[in-house]
Design a protein around this ligand. Structure first.
Ligand code: HEM
Length: 537
């Protein structure tokens, strides 16, 4: 029931609609000619050879040969579901976004994924999970393209190819890091100490969720909201599962990988089919939009940092229920195209350099993955609102545009859509002030890489800390380069001396001295310093 974009004009022929029924009385070719025999190719005599002339043979095989599209360069393995988001209206003062007004119901499509494995890899590996939500709002699509871990490996989008190359399977034998040498992954995270915080979350139980239904989701970056009075605030988005956050233990994860590589996708679709609809609450941490974009000593543009909930509670703004499985994996789960730049009025991005890199990357990769520039016309990507873009032609164009080519301003074509006046709710970027010299450098506030890593580790219960130590011992045990192990152990010593000792002992290595670089954490703000070990956030 997805509304077709207004630009798609019907040709008047009921059978030329893109969604073919693949039913009906007689088999036909793609161009509608009835087929007499689809089991025998056309041959010169019963013993052949086969004739080039056989159009049905060539059409059938050619189409089959092109059935697959490239898998996603990351997050290739995923499962998805349809659902509905209902807003509480509690964000009404924060943002003008219409879908967040009280009791508004918005259809959603959600895709969960692992990051590094290929499309056919197992579900319960140790990895970050994607948590991407497409809201089909009345004001256009809003995509919240998040993960199940609140921070990211890197602070700048320019390093994304590096971290992914270091983590993906080795190029010679295409064996995933999880089963062979881990040298490149540990080389990267020990050389880029900003990756230590995300890595600690991966080594914790969060890296092996029990189910997609029991994962938290995080927008990670800070976003900027504009309220009805024009005031702005800085927010972080959180999804809290109604069933609570749960993980597997390592032995369980290994068993499920072997027994049922589809464990998570089966669990999600079975639950929905049985009517046990998974639920999440969407919440926001709201921080004042100050000139320095800092909150309690935390740089809100640094995606390797979170804001502890003790300092800024998550306030609920709506509820999401997943209530229907996809009908066709390829058409929906595979062809869906998320993009952090799909925004609606009232929600804007910030200058987080990782988010800025993402704004370029998604559409760029989708041009290849989805075969040209018209993937927004695919049924799963179509907004549930009118589309009056001036885009033309290109591979996969479904519309039959009539009249003159569109351009603006235009004194000839009175029908060409006008730019939207301010009071008719166009998307307007928040006019934040920008000035500075062109530099390739980070703010100095990005330099502390260990204090939140330590804060996270010390917030865990003793049994969770044991799991972290076992995970580091197991994973570093697969790193064959001694200098890399030593470097990573020295970072652990800078994070927590006891953790470093347990891991070093487990590896049969000497307990290292803490790294001298990067141990000078930023002086914590008084509020941050008050957070006690053992507190969960
Ligand atoms: C998927 C790039 C950081 C969450 C992807 C894809 C690319 C990509 C190219 C495949 C998209 C497709 O083929 O449709 C990047 C870059 C990043 C980055 C360049 C950093 C500069 C992040 C971060 C998050 C994230 C920080 C979470 C906050 C996701 C998710 C998907 C995805 C959930 C899967 C979307 C789906 O299910 O289709 N990313 N990513 N990425 N990324 Fe990122």
């Amino acid at each position: 029931d997805q509304a077709a974009p207004a630009q798609v004009t019907a040709t008047g022929c009921p059978f030329s609609a893109p969604g073919r029924a693949q039913a009906g009385e007689y088999l036909t070719t793609a161009t509608g000619t009835r087929v007499r025999d689809t089991d025998h190719s056309l041959k010169a005599g019963r013993r052949g050879p086969t004739l080039l002339q056989d159009h049905h043979l060539r059409e059938k095989i050619t189409h089959f040969d092109h059935e697959r599209i490239p898998e996603r360069v990351v997050h290739a393995r995923g499962a998805a579901a349809h659902g509905v988001f209902t807003a509480y209206g509690t964000a009404g003062k924060l943002t003008t976004a219409g879908f967040l007004a009280k009791d508004v119901e918005t259809p959603v499509f959600v895709r969960f994924s692992t990051v590094l494995g290929s499309r056919g890899s197992a579900d319960t590996v140790r990895d970050t999970r994607g948590f991407a939500v497409k809201f089909y709002t009345d004001e256009g699509n809003f995509d919240l393209v998040g993960n199940n871990i609140p921070v990211f490996f890197i602070q700048d989008g320019i390093k994304f190819p590096d971290v992914i190359h270091a983590g993906k399977p080795h190029p010679d034998r295409e064996i995933p890091q999880a089963q062979s040498a881990h040298d490149t992954f540990w080389d990267f995270v020990s050389l880029h100490t900003e990756a230590q915080h995300h890595t600690m979350w991966n080594m914790s139980d969060r890296g092996i969720p029990a189910s997609y239904r029991t994962m938290e989701g995080f927008g990670v970056h800070t976003f900027r909201l504009t309220g009805p009075d024009g005031s702005t605030s800085l927010v972080k988005f959180h999804w809290k599962p109604a069933a609570g956050a749960h993980s597997q233990v390592w032995e369980e994860a290994q068993l499920t990988q072997g027994n049922d590589p589809d464990f998570h996708r089966r669990d999600l679709s079975d639950a929905i089919e049985a009517g046990a609809f998974p639920e999440w609450e969407l919440g926001v941490q709201v921080m004042p939009d100050t000139e320095d974009e800092m909150f309690e000593g935390i740089d809100l543009l640094d995606p390797t940092k979170l804001v502890p909930e003790e300092l800024c509670p998550v306030q609920p703004i709506g509820k999401m229920v997943l209530n229907a499985n996809p009908t066709n994996y390829f058409a929906e789960t595979e062809q869906v195209a998320f993009h952090p730049g799909h925004l609606v009025p009232g929600i804007d991005v910030t200058n987080d350099p990782l988010l800025q890199g993402r704004l370029f990357s998604y559409i760029d990769t989708q041009l290849t993955r989805l075969g040209g520039p018209n993937f927004d016309q695919l049924p799963i990507n179509r907004p549930h609102t009118e589309v009056n873009d001036n885009l033309r032609d290109g591979y996969g164009q479904q519309a039959v545009h009539t009249g003159m080519a569109p351009y603006r301003p235009n004194s000839i074509d009175a029908g060409n859509p006008l730019p939207t006046p301010t009071d008719e709710r166009p998307f307007i970027e928040v006019p934040t002030k920008v000035e500075g010299e062109k530099v390739r450098a980070n703010p100095v506030t990005f330099e502390d890489h260990f204090s939140q890593t330590r804060l996270f580790y010390r917030s865990l219960s003793p049994v969770e800390q044991e799991h972290v130590a076992s995970a580091y011992t197991f994973e570093l045990g697969k790193c064959f380069e001694t200098p890399i192990r030593e470097r990573q152990l020295a970072h652990l010593a800078a994070i927590d001396a006891d953790l470093a000792k347990t891991v070093a002992t487990g590896l049969g290595m000497e307990v290292p001295a803490p790294t001298t670089t990067d141990v000078t954490d930023m002086a914590p703000s008084p509020a941050l310093a008050q957070i006690k070990p053992g507190v969960t956030y």
